[in-house]
Ligand binder design. Structure first.
Ligand SMILES: Cc1cc2nc3c(=O)[nH]c(=O)nc-3n(C[C@H](O)[C@H](O)[C@H](O)COP(=O)(O)OP(=O)(O)OC[C@H]3O[C@@H](n4cnc5c(N)ncnc54)[C@H](O)[C@@H]3O)c2cc1C
Length: 401
């Protein structure tokens, strides 16, 4: 069986090495990725402030059992089993029996007037552009980060900690820190204050002008440089290939991660919209990326080995455990969640969490390489029978550095 994996982020890398390592030589795995090195997307806000980030070789990471092709899949015909790849060696065609779409995501097209001029941290090129623009700002300049989710929080704190001579604001449509349990949210707001970040909550941006953001209530926020962390969207390849996709361009799949329109296509990581335990898609995260890549590999391995489970390929059973968010380099929040990814229970905060997060980031960067050597190593918790997870409690605990 010829399996083509499009995209070598964490999800695609995991799918490829696990499949190659567990299919007893019955599967030829080819991976296509636009660059020959791994992009550690969880560190892109660090790239934006000039922090050096390691970029390991994909050929080394994937190993000799996988064919690596540097290039961009520019056209995909799932029915004919053909892909067109454009890369440094020109245009070539690849044939496949099954394809794993692992093309990830990037900053969504900004849905307001003036949005074409904003910055982002959704992909490496954008983070590098932001690095140049942020470094060139004069003292006293105004910066606005739009979006109070995890990426917005990590980005705004990183920028503020890096340059105390510019005025940094967080503009978000909801409550600042609203996703966390109340004590952890309070810690987030205190930390923003300590870093000099002005938090503007319950604000909807209606337009971006060169020196300010216009808000829905008629107000405005000064901004010489705007960073959009309002949401991510999938690249256009899936939609252009005729696959059924959601509004963000992610492939609609069943619980086994097979496309609902083209079962020969599996979609993993940020590129896939699988039904999560609450009916919504799983959040775009490594907690979904690694297990989904591993599960897709197992579905394809079973098919290649002729193991046909009763009732078709197994559904992904995945439960979330917690979220670890850095708030600059000296603070963070580790928040427990229910299996359904709702903040609940204990949260740890402080310098110890930032140390823990750094260890997590290092571990994430090594996971594909480790899985190549031990292809069955990655395991994950299931959703649990009642799906409700822990009882909510209001604890937080500060972790000393
Ligand atoms: C700043 C930031 C901080 C984050 N922090 C966290 C965090 O703390 N915890 C967490 O769980 N998640 C975090 N995330 C989200 C996390 O990074 C993503 O969920 C994860 O990287 C998704 O992995 P992926 O493999 O699906 O996609 P990606 O990592 O985006 O990889 C997709 C790959 O596909 C390639 N590709 C795209 N189109 C094509 C094509 N047509 N042909 C060939 N290749 C293609 C891309 O170039 C890329 O290499 C963060 C994201 C950002 C941006």
């Amino acid at each position: 069986m010829r399996v083509l994996v499009v995209g070598a982020g964490f999800a695609g890398g995991m799918a490829a090495v696990r499949l190659a390592g567990r299919s007893r030589g019955r599967v030829d795995v080819t991976v296509v990725n636009p660059r020959p090195t791994l992009v550690h997307r969880l560190r892109l806000h660090q790239v934006a402030v000039g922090h050096p980030v390691a970029a390991p070789s994909l050929r080394d990471t994937l190993g000799p059992d996988i064919t690596f092709v540097e290039g961009h899949v520019t056209a995909l015909d799932p029915d004919a089993g053909r892909a067109t790849v454009t890369g440094p060696d020109g245009v070539r065609r690849l044939a496949f029996d099954r394809v794993v779409l692992a093309t990830g995501s990037t900053t969504e097209p900004v849905p307001v007037p003036g949005g074409e001029d904003v910055h982002g941290v959704g992909d490496l090129a954008a983070a590098r552009r932001l690095r140049t623009a942020f470094a060139a700002l004069p003292a006293g300049a105004q910066v606005a980060v739009v979006g109070g989710g995890f990426t917005g929080l990590e980005t705004v704190t990183e920028l503020a900690e890096h340059r105390s001579d510019v005025r940094v604001r967080l503009v978000t449509s909801g409550e600042v820190g609203g996703w966390f349990t109340p004590p952890a949210a309070e810690h987030v707001r205190r930390t923003l204050g300590r870093l000099g970040v002005e938090a503007v909550g319950d604000a909807r941006v209606h337009a971006v002008e060169p020196d300010r953001l216009l808000l829905g209530d008629g107000g405005h926020v000064p901004s010489d440089l705007t960073v959009w962390c309002g949401g991510f969207a999938a690249p256009p390849l899936a939609r252009e290939s005729g696959l059924a996709v959601d509004r963000q361009g992610a492939v609609l799949t069943d619980a086994a991660l097979q496309s609902v329109s083209h079962p020969q296509v599996l979609a993993v990581g940020d590129a896939g919209h699988a039904p999560g335990p609450r009916g919504e898609r799983y959040s775009m995260s490594c907690q979904f990326g690694f297990p989904s890549g591993a599960h897709a590999a197992d579905v394809l391995r079973d098919e290649a080995l002729g193991i046909v489970p009763d009732g078709g390929p197994a559904a992904l059973d995945l439960g979330f455990q917690g979220r670890c968010v850095s708030l600059g380099r000296r603070d963070g929040v580790l928040q427990l969640t229910t299996r359904e990814d709702v903040a609940s229970g204990r949260a740890w905060t402080g310098r110890g969490v930032s140390v823990f997060k750094e260890l997590v980031l290092r571990g994430v960067g090594r996971t594909v390489g480790v899985s190549r050597r031990m292809p069955g190593a990655v395991r994950w918790p299931g959703a649990g029978r009642d799906g409700t997870g822990r009882e909510a409690s209001r604890d937080t605990e500060t972790v000393a550095g």
